[in-house]
Design a protein around this ligand. Structure first.
Ligand code: TXA
Ligand code: MG
Length: 331
């Protein structure tokens, strides 16, 4: 499963111009590690987008209090098409601006191996093909989609050099691939094409005007379509009622446990899944979505969730569990 322990060791600095450095970085990614890498916009914090443990380590390193969906970086259009559904509009944008600082948010292709944690439970996927030579070489060598938020601590500004990355993340990530300062300096423009309608979600390295010129139409207004934090509540939510901080188990309940805790009444549970028997929050985050889904699929009316520590990644786990427990419209 790759390096399970979180990186509290020294972050390796790899000089991208040295022979073999890109391959070394790719090997770390393939083993489930985290590598900050240059793109033409800002440095990204890369991890295998198909590996929920790697993705959990990204969230942990950034100290994100909630799981935001992460952009999946690809090296080729054929790779992108394995993960997102491109309609004519999306195709046209990809043709015009890829490789380059445009991220397309598209409906997820069902067969895509990008993990649910990387998508933060959304049924869409953010795809980006960077133009930076080193980024593309790294993604191609890793031979998988690379999840990559900006390589900064949550709430800090995006890094445009390896020094910036290390100032925020030294000792929290496995390596940084240093190719000098980035060119564009601001993040990619994000456009969603979900229902045939292109919408600007984030202004960035490619201007609205350039995009509208290619499309021959106006983009939906940014303010209308911003992903508000509240929208996260409409994520995948279980059919079952979710009971948080359970101190006991009622007969027939499905149980999401943590740290091998034995709640009173556990023997009467219909199904028990442990987020992390050893009490590791990275492992717990990696298992969260799949365990919730499996418990829900068991048909139990209620999922009882054992107490989970709220520090570190636990904060994001709590955030996600609270949303899944929130009241929602009857379906
Ligand atoms: O230039 C960039 O885009 C840089 C480089 C590293 O590629 N990356 C970057 O990632 O800025 P990040 O995570 O800092 O910002 C990505 C934004 C987030 O606000 C996230 O919510 C949004 O993209 N995003 C990603 N996938 C999405 C999705 N499926 N639906 C809506 N928003 C999405
Ligand atoms: Mg960012």
């Amino acid at each position: 499963m790759g390096p399970m322990k979180t990186s509290r060791t020294k972050t390796i600095r790899l000089d991208a111009s040295r022979n073999g450095a890109v391959e070394e970085a790719a090997a770390i990614l393939r083993a489930g590690g985290t590598v900050a890498f240059p793109t033409e916009t800002v440095y990204g914090l890369g991890g295998d987008a198909t590996d929920p443990v790697a993705v959990a380590r990204i969230y942990e390193a950034k100290g994100r209090p909630s799981f935001n969906p992460l952009i999946a970086h690809v090296a080729h259009l054929e790779e992108a098409e394995k993960h997102g559904l491109f309609d004519e509009t999306a195709q046209r944008l990809a043709t015009a601006f890829w490789p380059g600082p445009l991220t397309l948010v598209l409906p997820l292709r069902e067969s895509s191996p990008i993990c649910e944690l990387a998508r933060a439970g959304f049924g869409t996927v953010g795809l980006r093909m960077p133009s930076h030579r080193v980024a593309r070489a790294l993604i191609a060598a890793a031979d998988r989609p690379i999840a990559g938020p900006s390589a900064n601590r949550s709430g800090h500004v995006s890094p445009t050099s390896a020094e910036h990355v290390l100032a925020d993340l030294d000792g929290r990530i496995d390596a940084v691939l240093d190719a000098g300062p980035t060119q564009v300096g601001i993040e990619s423009t994000i456009v969603s094409v979900i229902d045939g309608t292109p919408r600007l979600l984030r202004a960035g390295g490619i201007t609205r005007q350039a995009i509208e010129q290619v499309l021959g139409r106006a983009l939906g207004a940014e303010t209308e379509q911003k992903i508000a934090p509240g929208m996260m509540a409409s994520h995948y939510a279980p059919q079952a009622r979710v009971r948080l901080d359970a101190e006991n188990v009622e007969p027939g309940e499905a149980v999401l446990s943590f740290g091998a805790a034995k709640l009173p009444g556990l023997e009467g549970a219909s199904l028990v899944l442990d987020l992390s028997p050893s009490g590791d929050l990275v492992e717990a985050a990696a298992n969260l979505f799949s365990h919730l889904r499996a418990l829900d699929a068991s048909g139990a009316p209620t999922i009882a969730v054992a107490p989970i520590p709220a520090e570190g990644l636990g904060e994001a786990i709590h955030d996600r569990l609270m949303r899944s427990a929130a009241p929602r419209p009857v379906r």
